[in-house]
Design a binder for this molecule. Structure first.
Ligand code: GAP
Length: 512
């Protein structure tokens, strides 16, 4: 199965097993908006808890807040979002479809790269063991031709991006013969900037109403509460404020399932520090955040840093933690050294002094900030895409299993009476009552035990507990482990400790 096919299968699996549904589906859906189902919400909550506890419990100097989605419109002027939170947009006059000009060019470049990679794979097959990829790339005429084309377009594109030259974007599209995938024509409008913020109005009368925005990031809610938290929490620099909440962006190209949505959730932490120490903290947070990811056991090789060469004017360092999604390495989290730009701008726009008085050094300053920002939904996608496996079993059957890191699994244990009679359901219910206060458990008595195991594998339940006739006599049950499918007999009173050992989130946190 290709990665593309696998991704389609994953999307269907998410729907079939109650993880993620297209929003408003009975009305034919709403593009790039998704709802979380009964399994998805549990997974999402577990991810949020892992992040929240890692931030606010493991760091005595980080506290949390929950600010509102609606904020004073001046905040978005101060933050620069009204003026510059734009994507370059282009319309095809024949299909009337709208695209992001930069994405059209990037897709074109990706196709050239794909062609080069195909040539390399052909070479690898032809030369076998003796194949030297570096030499092949440097000498093969087909690869060299494509490389020259790639470099030329890439250089033009980067220059246009740096200069914010929208006319050059269009010229590149025309020169490369990039056509609209719907109409197949090159009949394009000019490129223009499109602001990504959703706006609405607040106030009960049309005269008194004013435009406000749905926040495009949660970070500004932290910045504007800096003084409140610092003062009321008697926080000393360095300290952090963490927040989890919804953000909204009117993405023009919203695709790849929950990777890029119009309504999504962020987990952001702003770490307030003394000016001059930001690069040291930036390095620390880079390490810390990578550790948080790798600690989940999804393979260190599936993550990498992508340091930004082009920095926003207010940043003096920035990196992405990229994850190997089925469609390649893509941004999962951003870590940014934002200087004192945001606090400085809010000081200027609000007229309120936003400073920290350092009691030890006797000086006042506007703190610098290192930010860590991760999308909850992207994290859900990372976990699901990494966990989905189709395994061939010894008996020739295939089982679909989600090997979700156990502390994040939506359901931790399923309690299954072997048959629906002979007092087994009653005993199974007692087992449920024993476990339900500590773990999210499911009770299932329908279908054969084999079918029930498969259903639990498909939602990633680490343990299945089968209550059989023997259980009535010896007080033991069969515990089947998800990944190895191994089975052992365990006393009912020992179940809690056995499950807890593997699924308790605190064990993950202890390794950080
Ligand atoms: N406060 C900084 C900030 O918002 P960002 O790189 O624009 O930075 C941070 O977003 C993270 O939010 C990204 O790394 C990604 O995980 C997530 N994110 C951004 N846009 C998204 C979208 N349209 N859909 C889903 N997640 C998104």
């Amino acid at each position: 199965m290709t990665q593309e096919e696998l991704f389609k299968v994953l999307v269907a699996h998410c729907k079939e097993y109650g993880f993620i549904f297209p929003s408003s589906e009975i009305y034919d859906g709403l593009a790039a908006v998704y709802d979380y189902g009964q399994m998805g919400v549990e997974l999402k909550n577990n991810i949020k808890q892992y992040w929240w506890n890692a931030m606010t419990r493991l760091n005595e100097n980080i506290v949390g807040i929950d600010s509102c989605i609606f904020m004073h419109p001046r905040i978005w002027e101060a933050s620069g979002h009204v003026g510059a939170f734009n994507d370059p947009l282009i319309d095809n006059k024949d299909s009337k479809k709208r695209y992001r000009a930069d994405v059209l060019i990037e897709d074109y470049l990706a196709k050239i790269e794909e062609k080069m990679n195909k040539e390399v794979e052909k070479g690898r097959k032809r030369f076998g063991e003796a194949f030297n990829e570096e030499q092949f790339r440097a000498t093969n005429p087909n690869v060299l031709r494509e490389k020259a084309k790639y470099d030329e377009v890439h250089n033009r594109y980067k220059k246009a991006e740096d200069a914010n030259d929208l006319a050059e974007y269009k010229q590149i599209i025309v020169d490369c013969g990039i056509v609209c995938p719907i109409s197949g024509t090159c009949n394009w409008t000019d490129v223009r900037q499109f602001n990504l913020m959703f706006s609405t109005s607040i106030g009960s009368t049309s005269e008194g109403a004013s435009t406000i925005y749905l926040r495009p990031e949660t970070a500004q809610g932290i910045f504007v509460n800096y003084l409140n938290v610092q003062k009321t929490g008697r926080m000393k620099i360095p300290f952090g404020i963490a927040q989890i909440g919804k953000a909204f962006r009117n993405e023009i190209v919203a695709r790849q399932f929950i990777f890029r949505m119009r309504e999504f959730e962020q987990m952001e932490m702003q770490f307030f520090i003394k000016p001059g120490t930001e690069l040291e903290w930036f390095k620390k947070w880079k390490e810390q955040r990578m550790k948080w990811h790798v600690n989940l056991g999804m393979g260190a090789e599936n993550y990498r840093f992508h340091d930004h060469e082009k920095l926003a004017h207010y940043a003096n360092a920035a990196t992405d933690i990229e994850f190997l999604f089925p469609f390649g390495f893509k941004e999962l989290e951003g870590i940014h050294s934002r200087t004192n730009w945001d606090l400085g701008r809010h000081q200027q726009y609000s007229g309120r002094k936003i400073e920290y008085f350092d009691p030890e050094e006797g000086v006042a300053y506007t703190p610098y900030v290192v930010e860590t920002s991760i999308g909850v939904d992207r994290m859900v996608l990372a976990v699901l895409s990494h966990s989905y496996k189709e395994e061939k079993l010894e008996n020739g059957e295939t089982r679909v299993v989600l090997s979700i890191p156990a502390p994040l699994a939506p359901v931790k244990a399923a309690v299954l009476p072997l048959v629906k009679k002979d007092g087994l359901p009653e005993l199974a219910q007692k087992v449920m009552d024993e476990l339900k206060y500590d773990f999210n458990c499911q009770y299932e008595e329908k279908d054969s035990i084999g079918k029930r195991y498969r259903r639990q594998d498909a939602i990633g339940t680490p343990y299945c507990i089968t209550v059989d006739h023997q259980s009535l006599e010896d007080g033991c049950v069969t515990v089947r482990e998800r990944d190895t499918m191994s089975q052992e007999r365990v006393k009912i009173e020992d179940l809690r400790a056995l499950i807890d050992k593997r699924v308790n989130l605190n064990n993950l946190l202890r390794n950080l």
